[in-house]
Design a protein around this ligand. Structure first.
Ligand code: GDP
Ligand code: MG
Length: 423
């Protein structure tokens, strides 16, 4: 059984908490793309965790967690995350964490380059997390990357690095920050012995497990609208956030997914720059941001917020091929007298329901409609029968307009704050 849990929107839909919840009974949880630009919040009986690199199944004692080939890994950040979890009493061993030898290493010079580029862009910045993600993926495709497996070959790593750093410094000409090979080597050596036991050919492990009928869950970072190819380019991330990529990014490209769970938020939020048609401003935005505590888990940045965006969500669901949805943070809407929903866009004076491609999107204006608010605390509801009728109507409305069944509704941040819908 191969399942992907993916984001339908701009990210921060609550994938981490859904993976933590749904991973019960799964043998393997696997991140398949992205790096420590992810911020997945998990709150359960072990405590509160914000995971950047580690899969959100790391808190399940019985599961093996895998960091797949499609990931980019900042060694320093990973060590910090492992130490942080150890301090919170979570034991991580090479038996329950396996890191792909094919994942790329995100270097200090990638971080530096990311910051330099955002600063050069000034007002036109992309809203990068400044953690080196675009530069490291760029280098991957330029074939100038070092991979986790290289850490296991001490005899050849320095030579490889020398070639790469020489090239990198050519591209950094004009900036006063160049990478010194000795500094980079010293940085690598600080972490390589500690991380080496976790690095392995995860493909063998995943293939054998899949063939033995084990249950494997793939965890995405960000959402469909941030996919490098099908998202709002260039305000995307630099990797593939779509479910179809999960078996590839994990390390078993020949296997097919059995089930895709799309995580979708009851309203919209967006970290970073770029078109965000449903965006609310002023007091309306402040109220929603405060109610939803919309501040980035990885960066602390205030998130842009808006009503549920139907054209964008329909598109996200199509791109993800979601079989079912988990609607998160419904409790946040309880303060509204009327719930704002971006029902369509207006482009050149015409109402459109399909998500516009390319620069068409820049012209889109939101068409807002309002649904009755439920004005009640639903955070203790544990079955759909306990929901106020207006909350149930909102769920059914979303289900109908996006044309995908909602299986789970979450009403709070903790593991058990959810209810299951009768489909
Ligand atoms: P991810 O990146 O998709 O894993 O999502 P984040 O962790 O970045 O953002 C989701 C935020 O909403 C976190 O702070 C969660 O603790 C919180 N959260 C998740 N589900 C719910 C919910 O149903 N209700 C409320 N109020 N908060 C939630
Ligand atoms: Mg997040």
């Amino acid at each position: 059984m191969l399942t992907a849990v993916v984001g339908i929107n701009w990210g921060d839909e609550g994938k981490g908490r859904m993976v933590d919840l749904l991973s019960e009974g799964y043998d393997i949880i696997c991140r398949y793309q992205g790096g420590n630009n992810a911020g997945h919040t998990v709150i359960n009986d072990k405590g509160k965790f914000i995971l950047n690199l580690l899969p959100s199944g790391i808190l399940r004692d019985s599961a093996v967690n895998v960091m797949g080939a499609g990931m980019v890994i900042d060694l320093e950040h990973l060590m910090g995350e492992l130490e942080g979890l150890a301090a919170q009493g979570v034991e991580i061993t090479p038996e329950n964490l396996k890191i792909s030898d094919k994942a790329f290493i995100c270097m200090p010079y990638h971080r530096a380059q990311d910051i330099l580029e955002e600063e050069r862009l000034g007002d036109k910045k992309y809203g990068s997390t400044r953690r080196g993600i675009a530069p490291v993926y760029g280098d991957k495709y330029m074939k100038k990357g070092l991979r986790m497996g290289d850490l296991l070959h001490r005899d050849t790593i320095e030579e490889k690095l020398r070639e790469i750093v020489e090239w990198k410094n050519i591209t950094l000409k004009g900036y006063d920050s160049v990478a010194e090979i000795s500094d980079v080597m010293a940085w690598i050596e600080q972490y390589s012995d500690k991380l080496a036991p976790y690095i392995t050919n995860v493909t063998e492990f995943l293939l054998t497990s899949a063939n033995d009928g084990k249950k494997i869950m793939f965890e995405a970072q960000l959402g469909a609208l941030r996919d490098i190819d099908f998202g709002i380019y260039p305000y995307t991330t630099s990797s593939q956030t779509l479910a179809a990529y999960a078996p590839i990014g994990a390390g078993i490209p020949g296997k097919k997914l059995d089930y895709v769970m799309g995580v979708i938020k009851a309203y919209s939020s967006c970290v970073g720059e770029g078109p965000f048609t449903a965006e609310l401003f002023g007091e309306e935005a402040e109220a929603l941001r405060a109610a939803g505590r919309e501040y980035g888990a990885a960066t602390g940045r205030p998130r842009r917020v808006g009503g549920f965006d139907i054209p964008a969500s329909r598109y996200g669901i199509q791109m993800q091929g979601a079989n079912e949805l988990a609607l998160t943070k419904l409790d946040v809407l309880s303060y509204f007298n009327e719930i704002p929903v971006c029902a369509a866009y207006e482009v050149d004076g015409k109402r459109v329901c399909d998500f516009p491609s390319g620069d068409e999107l820049l012209k889109a204006k939101p068409v807002y409609e309002y649904l009755p608010g439920f004005k009640a605390d639903i955070s203790k509801c544990r079955s759909m029968e306990e929901l106020p009728p207006a909350a149930l109507d909102y769920i059914r409305y979303i289900e109908k307009v996006v044309d995908c069944p909602i299986k789970y509704v979450s009403v709070g941040a903790e593991r058990n704050d959810y209810l299951v819908m009768n489909l």
